[in-house]
Write a protein that binds this ligand. Structure first.
Ligand SMILES: *Cc1c(COP(=O)(O)O)cnc(C)c1O
Length: 224
């Protein structure tokens, strides 16, 4: 089941686009099934759960943190996390840099941009994102590396709206790439698209799709 789903998504991805299998709230056994099917990149959104899974699963798993990260929990994931998708404040970026410096590790990060109409989702507005980059303060943070942008579309059936929101993020990505990272080949990630909207995100230029439910089934929030 899980293996078939992984395979069907993998086959639909354009070259250079990667699948982040979102395993939050699913047991280690489910992650292992996906691993055995060849999946290596997994996304988690709770620090404790991520650390627990990292401890028991093979070392060649690439763990991505995709949720809202509290500054006081940064230290638990900085030693091993491959990419933090949800940098939503300068304060958080500074906190990651500080913990990373302590262990002399450079941590790849994405800036989360608020593109949805719901006001419950975290992230910079496009204006705040431009202001942060223009300020230049990120250039002094030597232990974080900005690799791109992440966003979540509105939860709606309206495909035109969703595609429009992804398009907005892609345009912002292109603008920032050209202005600040023209020669930095590692500034290349556009993390957008979930189970319900990843085909639209792919059309709009996503390089990382974060898919959970489609692969692992519905999440059981009962124990949390
Ligand atoms: C949970 C989550 C996903 C996966 O959502 P599905 O609808 O289960 O595919 C993707 N991105 C983020 C940020 C999430 O928190």
């Amino acid at each position: 089941m899980i293996a078939d789903k992984i395979k069907s998504i993998a086959e639909s991805l354009p070259a250079g686009v990667r699948l982040v299998a979102v395993s939050k709230f699913h047991p280690v056994e489910a992650v292992r099934d996906a691993y055995d099917a060849g999946q290596r990149v997994f996304g988690e959104s709770h620090v404790q759960e991520l650390v627990g899974k990292h401890d028991v699963l093979p070392d060649d798993v690439e763990w991505h943190f995709i949720g809202h990260l509290q500054t006081n929990k940064v230290k638990y994931i900085v030693p091993f996390v491959s990419l933090i998708h949800g940098i939503d404040s300068l304060k958080l970026l500074v906190a990651v840099n500080k913990e990373a410096e302590k262990i002399n590790r450079i941590v790849p990060c994405l800036l989360q941009v608020h593109i949805a109409t719901e006001d419950t989702k975290f992230g910079f507005s496009t204006a705040e994102c431009r202001d942060l980059l223009a300020s230049g303060v990120w250039k002094d943070l030597k232990f974080v590396h900005l690799c791109g942008l992440m966003g979540m579309a509105t939860y709606t059936e309206d495909k035109v709206q969703i595609a429009g929101e992804f398009h907005t993020l892609k345009l912002l990505f292109d603008e920032i790439k050209q202005m600040y990272f023209p020669k930095d080949e590692s500034f290349k990630e556009l993390s957008m698209g979930m189970s319900s909207d990843y085909p639209l995100a792919l059309k709009e230029g996503s390089t990382l799709v974060r898919v959970g439910t489609y692969i692992f089934g519905e999440r059981d929030y009962g124990q949390s």
